[in-house]
Design a binder for this molecule. Sequence first.
Ligand code: SF4
Length: 61
Amino acid sequence: MKATVNEDCIGCGLCESTCNAVFTIGDEGVAVAIEEDVPEEAEDAAQEACDNCPVGAITVE
Ligand code: SF4
């Protein structure tokens, strides 16, 4: 599984709180996802972060 964040991110921080193994708020104040594959143990949380992002900026696939 890979996770990406697009330019719609508003930097609310929800994904970081839900799944900080994958998402962090970067220097520009918006979320960034790890470049590597999502660790297996973080997949459920990454999916939850995707489902709950208020602006639908996260893709996991
Ligand atoms: S939950 Fe969505 S809008 Fe909020 S920081 Fe994460 S990617 Fe950005």
